[in-house]
Design a protein around this ligand. Structure first.
Ligand code: ADP
Length: 191
């Protein structure tokens, strides 16, 4: 199995690059942000609860996303591997993911961290807000808040994977295909 955590701040290009990775390497995509937005559209109990946090740009409680991921891991057997986008975002989530994957004897292979300058992230998210109806991309204050939460709460996840020797930094600046090329080089070097 090839299990990849695609890591990086909001606006780093995780969603875009994930699509290219799953197509090339035939992997299953698991994105907690997409799962939560689907739950909000359905107005399921999880969606109603999650919306309160997402609209404010806050992280939803760990337990909520861990349960979503657990369910999806159980739903997908016989896959070549997974790409995790937007998960784990806290060290609690990272530890839990390791436990779940250990039980399947299919640990994380690498954590790919997309690195993009702060001002570029801000510009991309403001631009995405103009083109989509994502509630959390509409307001510069909320966007800056999400970037702050990333720096404070999510960055430690990087150290978690560094300690396991699984962290790989990738320059996320430049054209989509250029970044994808860099990603493929890293993936191919560790298979
Ligand atoms: P982005 O990375 O561009 O902010 P996502 O779609 O990954 O977009 O996430 C959108 C929002 O969903 C986050 O700001 C957060 O509120 C919530 N969310 C997604 N994944 C997680 C997670 N693993 N833990 C907690 N909250 C999450």
């Amino acid at each position: 199995m090839l299990n990849i955590v695609l890591f990086g701040p909001p606006g780093a290009g995780k969603g875009t690059q994930s699509q290219k990775i799953i197509e090339k390497y035939k992997l299953q995509y698991l994105a907690t942000g997409d799962m939560l937005r689907a739950a909000i559209r359905e107005q399921s109990p999880i969606g109603v609860e999650a919306q309160k946090y997402i609209d404010k740009g806050q992280l939803v409680p760990d337990e909520m996303v861990i349960n979503l991921i657990a369910r999806e891991l159980d739903n997908h057997h016989d896959v070549h591997g997974f790409v995790f986008d937007g998960f784990p975002r806290t060290t609690v989530q990272a530890k839990k993911l390791d436990e779940m994957l250990d039980a399947k004897k299919a640990p994380i292979t690498i954590m790919l961290a997309l690195e993009v300058d702060y001002n570029e992230l801000l510009a991309r998210l403001l631009n995405r807000g103009k083109m989509s109806d994502r509630s959390d991309d509409q307001d510069e204050g909320i966007i800056r808040g999400r970037l702050d939460i990333y720096n404070k709460t999510t960055l430690p996840v990087m150290d978690y994977y560094k300690a396991q020797g699984k962290y790989r930094g990738v320059n996320g600046m430049g054209a989509i295909d250029e970044v994808f090329e860099r990603i493929c080089q890293v993936i191919d070097s560790c298979r």
